[in-house]
Design a protein around this ligand. Structure first.
Ligand SMILES: [Zn+2]
Length: 488
């Protein structure tokens, strides 16, 4: 369909050119028409990554937010593909090699960040303070793989990284650092401080222009309550490099992005809060961080590369607290909506802006049973967070133990009944729709240790070159498509 549409559009364009030929020639020959200076339009790329946002989580989030028949912004993206996410050594990837594949086009081992395929992930060793943050990668363990963000900087574009996790966590780290193990977050933090020891020189003399997220602990000396064993104060070093610095929502809101060249905002010691728990007077929303980043970056006439991560969808799924995961998916979707609207202000047809939305891997969340339609979740309607009810009679469905069961479940997780489910006969929707309810799992694992899933993930795209995203593609191919579409 897309191909045929393209031909039709091409034909109409040809006819239009023929029809207008004579007047075009006349205008060109008119000696009084001043020659327009040729100014290249800025080329912008926004790469949205929903960490752990698998297909079932997306469907559940849609039902949660707008009901079965509604549309999230993600649902409205005109071009779509499926993405294979396996890593170099594992059927099921972790965030590090999957995001690295998107950013570099290289397939690497689990836990490796933006390095060559032969790089071995070597666990950190204890540092001077006993924290497992000591670098044991070795000197001959692989070579850096260039990232899209580095390519953008090399071409004179601006670049930004926005996330709800620690800014040194695997997904954001894959855009700006190269290291054998994702847990080396002190080293990763140092990679973004222009001119300092451990700085990634591929980020140019000025470094990343916008940095927003959580994780001050890896920028703060151990003696001052942080995790740095080298006693450097990287926040002070960033200030000295002329970044406008924000540490809470008040300071963030006071910064006018259109008048700021470099912005550095870390709002929490570790990850930012789940959206359900977020205090807006202390932490900005992902949508607010995204649009302010665009304000700062848009001042570069060559354009920008911006990565935005909805990072805590993944953490909520690891905890098997579905409501938190769905609300964070909605916050991520709101950031996409805000970004498209803002981009269209200066580029109405997005002919110079490519926006890509995808996930790095799936989780084991499932939608169980032949549930009657629930509609969206409200204070009085648990919606998809409720129990399975018969779609004809509306009666609560029971399993073979005679117990009700929730619509959302997990392949593995911390909540598995150790006896017959008949003891759960009292399971009700006040329980299952609670913010902190851990949905039941088939396989029992340690608390917080629900695993990723290996299923392909969704990719949606809109704007410049987005029509090249189609079919079932490898995560490394996404790099090539973004690079080609944006001219990086
Ligand atoms: Zn992930």
């Amino acid at each position: 369909m897309k191909r045929r549409y393209g031909i039709v559009a091409g034909l109409s364009a040809a006819i239009l050119i023929t029809g207008c030929g004579s007047s075009t020639v006349n205008e060109a020959r008119n000696p009084t028409t001043p020659e327009e200076p040729v100014v290249a339009a800025p080329k912008n790329v926004i790469f949205f990554l929903g960490d752990g946002m698998g297909m079932t989580t997306l469907t559940a989030a849609r039902t949660y937010a707008v009901g079965e028949d509604g549309d999230l912004t993600i649902d409205t993206l005109p071009e779509t593909a499926f993405v294979k996410t396996y890593s170099n050594d594992a059927q099921v990837t972790d965030s590090a090699p999957s995001m690295s594949a998107y950013m570099t086009g290289v397939k690497m081992n689990n836990e490796v960040l933006s390095m060559s395929s032969d790089t071995l992930a070597i666990d950190p060793v204890a540092d001077a303070n006993g924290n497992k943050l000591g670098n044991n990668c070795g000197t001959k363990n692989g070579t850096p793989a260039t990232t899209l963000l580095e390519m953008a900087k090399a071409k004179g574009l601006s670049a930004g990284v926005v996330t709800t996790t620690r800014i040194t966590h695997a997904t954001p780290a894959a855009t700006y650092s190269h290291i054998c193990h994702r847990d080396l977050e002190n080293d990763i933090a140092a990679a973004m401080v222009p001119g300092g020891t451990g700085y990634n020189a591929a980020l140019g003399t000025t470094g990343i222009d916008v940095v927003l997220g959580g994780g001050t602990q890896f920028f703060t000396p151990f003696a001052k309550g942080g995790k740095r064993s080298d006693n450097r104060d990287l926040i002070a070093e960033m200030k000295a490099k002329n970044y406008a610095v924000a540490s809470n929502a008040t300071e963030f809101n006071a910064i006018d992005g259109t008048k700021t060249d470099r912005l550095f905002g870390l709002f929490t010691s570790s990850h930012m809060s789940y959206d359900l728990d977020r205090d807006p007077s202390k932490e900005p929303s992902l949508a607010d961080m995204t649009t302010k980043a665009m304000d700062v970056l848009a001042k570069n006439s060559k354009g920008y590369f911006l990565m935005v991560e909805g990072g805590r969808i993944d953490h909520a799924l690891h905890e098997t607290t579905a409501k938190k995961a769905l609300q964070d998916t909605l916050a991520f979707d709101n950031a996409i909506k805000a970004a498209i609207a803002k981009a269209k202000v200066s580029d109405p047809t997005l002919k110079n802006t490519l926006i890509v939305v995808t996930a790095d891997h799936d989780h084991t969340l499932v939608l169980n049973g032949y549930a009657k339609r629930t509609g969206k979740t409200t204070p009085t309607n648990p919606g998809v967070l409720g129990v399975v009810k018969n779609y004809v009679t509306g009666a609560v469905e029971k399993d073979l133990d005679g117990a009700p069961y929730s619509i959302i479940g997990f392949g593995n997780g911390e909540n598995r009944t150790q006896s017959s489910r008949s003891v759960l006969a009292a399971l009700d929707e006040t329980t299952t729709a609670a913010n902190t309810y851990h949905q039941e799992a088939v396989i029992r694992v340690a608390a917080g240790s629900e695993t990723h899933g290996g299923t392909d993930v969704f990719l949606g795209a809109i704007g410049k070159g987005s029509e090249t995203f189609l079919g079932t593609i490898d995560n490394t191919k996404v790099f090539t498509l973004v690079k080609n579409a944006s001219g990086l």
